[in-house]
Design a protein around this ligand. Sequence first.
Ligand code: NAD
Length: 320
Amino acid sequence: MRSFKSILLTGGAGFIGSTLLRKLLERPDVHRVVVLDAFTYAGDRGNLTGPDQDPRFHLVEGSINDAALVQKTLDDYQVSGIFHLAAESHVDRSIIDPSNFVHTNIGGTSSLIECARSSELPLLICSSDEVYGSTPVHYKFTESQPLRPSSPYSASKASADLLALAAVTTHLQDIVIARCTNSYGPRQHREKLIPKLIHQALRNQPLSLYGSGQQIRDWMHVDDCALGLIAVFERGTQGNIYHLGASCESTNLGIARRLLKLLHKPESLITHVKDRPGHDMRYALNVSRSLQTLQWKARIPFRTGFEAVARELASRLRPS
Ligand code: NAD
């Protein structure tokens, strides 16, 4: 049984990390959560507002690449388990310059795996459906699907997964991997699809979609994602990979249309721009293993979840 007593959460000031932080603090068996975050452009101190009033919350500002700091943090806070979410996470940026992605997602994860090994700590790696590349129509990838990443971002995540699996085989480390589909929810950075479209719509600016906008993603509420990560850490078997998804597919064009309807804006705002190189058409995960073994399932229906999130994001992104 992995202990939730003192958790190190990397990337806790980001989108999914700040939701996971809140979910962890709801658990009575969590005595301490230490957020380690480098506060890159994607990390936001405001995302910690609320949880930062909880006496069990601690913040360490620094990078996962700093092994001495990570080791000191593990010792100082007597950490009992690690949730690793810190990453460079935006595909577009990885296409312009992959160096930060290699440094953080591969180098940083490798360093963190080593620290977990020297302290004999269980480690959860938060990975992505993007590591498999595009999913054919009418098909869903299982966990044994070979990795065929299309972007520097997804290649860096796949590399991190492989390092983690190698550590399980070589050093018998206690590591579990969660591969998640696209999350939507509050506190997401403005550069990501849904907040970006809302920001543009509220300013009556063109909603720019790559290519035809027919790319399909499986959308999962971030609360479901965070609870899934907790379930993987709590019940996942050492060395196993678990898919977290909501089986709720929508095209990017469909997302844009929904948002415009909600915000009472015309569909004529939608514009199509040159497609991103290597853009995967579809991501779809088979989540049977997670449903059967984790006692977890995505519960928030897309229609209600999406509407509430869109309204919340709209109130934050409204022009002042
Ligand atoms: P995010 O970009 O919102 O947050 C990333 C956080 O990591 C930020 O707070 C940032 O400051 C921090 N960080 C970056 N480099 C760091 C470093 N070197 N040391 C310490 N902290 C650092 O990302 P997110 O969307 O919350 O994603 C979290 C994790 O989930 C990532 O590993 C991502 O690959 C994975 N994931 C996300 C999605 C999604 O839909 N958002 C889907 C699948 C997988």
